[in-house]
Write a protein that binds this ligand. Sequence first.
Ligand SMILES: Nc1ncnc2c1ncn2[C@@H]1O[C@H](COP(=O)(O)OP(=O)(O)OP(=O)(O)O)[C@@H](O)[C@H]1O
Ligand SMILES: [Mg+2]
Length: 747
Amino acid sequence: MTYGIDFGTSNCAVARWQPDGSYVVPFDSANVSADWYGFGGEQVFPSVFGTSETTGEAMFGWRAKLLADERADAIKRLLNGHHYVTVGSRRYTSGHVATLMFRAIREGMRRAGAELDEAVVTVPAKATGQARFRTREAAHLAGIRTLSLINEPTAAAMAYVDLIRENGRFLVYDWGGGTVDATVLDYEDGVLIERAASGRTELGGVDIDAALRQAVRSRFKNHPSWTAHHARQFRLEVERAKIQLSTEEVVTILSPAGDEVVDLERTEFEHLVKDLVDGSMEPVIEVLSDLRLDPDTVDAVIMVGGSSRMPIARRTLTELLGQEPVAQELLDPMTAVGMGAAFAAAALRQDVDDTICVVTANALGTKVRDEHGASFSTIIPRNSPLPISDGRTYVPRRPLVSEVDVEVWEGDPDRALSDPFNQMLKKLRIPYPRPTPQADARFRLDFTYGEDGRVSVRAEIVKTGVVLFDDVIDVFEENEKQSDRAKEKEAIRAELEAVFGAVAASSAPTSTPPPTPAETSPVSSRRVPTRPVPRPPTYSPPSDVAPVVLVVDGSNVAWSGRDRAAGEKPSIAALSDALDALLATFPSAEIKVVVDANLRHQVEQSEKPLVENAVQSGRWLQPPAGTIGAGDALVLAIAEITEGRVVSNDSYREFQDAHPWLRSGHRMLGATLVGTHWIFLDRKPPAGTSAAQVVTKPAGAVAHALPAGWQDSGWKSQEALAGPRRRATEAFGPVSENYYMSPLDSK
Ligand SMILES: Nc1ncnc2c1ncn2[C@@H]1O[C@H](COP(=O)(O)OP(=O)(O)OP(=O)(O)O)[C@@H](O)[C@H]1O
Ligand SMILES: [Mg+2]
């Protein structure tokens, strides 16, 4: 049988492929209590693991969500490293809890009469290599072979493709429990390619729940000190009320002590969450702006994730993009990802005619050091179709080489190596058979990335062909020794055996008698010293403080929505409209406009005098001619001095180190033309890097892995290479073969 698993932060969904399509298997629906029934939640399995204080019983899914006293949820957020969570008196690694979750899913499916032993599993588009690896390993330890790991938005688009079967460009907006992501994909004749993705990891349904709890609590007249049990009940009550408000105009919320009720209307609720909803639109704006795409070029807008079911989210996205998203009745936002994963599994197993192309979400490479310092040397570029194998040649820096330290890095070569997005997956100390002079020590480093997310490394001395290393990477942290890892795996296996005898019963419908404490003892009785559980970062809503000075990056706004690749020019008419709209939106603001010196040469002939007049009269500022890129610097300098806000869709990557305030979330406004209206929203540009590192992307190497036309239409826009960055390209050239790495002094 062919299955897909959406391993979500809040909910998991499992779908099965049958000859006539994907079907969700609602294997935990018997555990949904009556007051939660009917909102679509019965299709999914809450990603919650918990225990009962009194019996020590281990619980999963709906039982854990509704009944557990101690619990671990949102475990998926912690799979990007070796994190711990504490449940009851026990401390678990995040991978351990994920394994328990997968096993609980497998047991639930078994009770539903299905043997779930292999599946396509989904991960967030932005998941790091570690998160991918840990997800696959957790499934594997639970007895589920991962046919392939695919990105959630790709899976959602596949579910749509399975229904519609038409080529086109899709925008997937996925707003779930903890994160919001926007992804643009192109589908052509059976191949789906992710064009670009943007997201926020700290904005989801849980943040909406927190805002709502605060508002409702303040409206209760009695404020008794609630017990932990009351607080848990209140959380559930508020989340349920929120979900109900997606279909009803008013809900009644009962205080956990049962002595008061509060009525909440949808209009009131929408007022409360408006800022959060607006914040969820930022990735959409970013992804379109990164690709320089007009919303009109999107053929279908696919909304998935539970939070996207709120009418206000659908309305706002419709207004922003000027088109109605695909109807929920056609594609269920809670299960589309799982259904698409089942379709992908069918394609991989060749049960259907479609082929799917799984591509790498991040680049894989190694750390090199040359006279400019350490940088990311790409071996397998982002968006490479899997499976892929590629290599490059390196020369150790030491005159006599007895070993090299090879670091395997994953991430974005455009960002500084120290950027948190870039992660070292592994450091390997590879010995040479004998001390070798540098001239003979040149080695070729090959990485292989499998469809299932597995990474293998091979190192070979070029001159002699001696293989120095050839193995699969299955241990990540430097200090995580193979033997420790083996021990941990063994412990997990033993515990799975012990717990799931019990869980098989405990996750059964609520009428099943609870297991005896002895059966669950491995979960509840062992005491392990606890350490603090890392807290996820909290979302700070955009500030609505009236700006004093707005510094408009005129060139950027004039280019907004214009397709350079298609030969379009920047529009001064559009810029003027944007300035009018800005003044109407912020009537008390002082607006300063900066344009690049070459803007007047780029615009249509008829608009040239408009630019020249505005500059000559001093209404618009322009840095001296010949200083390409100085416009950006001037914009930022003015904004810094005046403590103003920058109006632009640029990320100013190479300026972020000098102006860290750019990423505070309150100092930039994005400008987007929606139909005939300009909209300005707070934005936080993605983290950037310095000029020299930007050019380490080997443009040629990326091109071979990308579909035709990709680069022309905005992979790396011309503007991104303008000014200082273009000069840097000339100065350093692209990353070459045969450049040096410093294995021993790179520590
Ligand atoms: N009808 C609804 N209206 C509003 N919110 C809803 C609705 N249904 C579910 N939600 C909310 O959606 C969130 C869960 O969404 P979903 O199951 O898509 O997340 P997830 O896939 O687990 O998360 P992620 O994709 O971030 O890993 C919860 O916060 C839940 O309260
Ligand atoms: Mg999801």
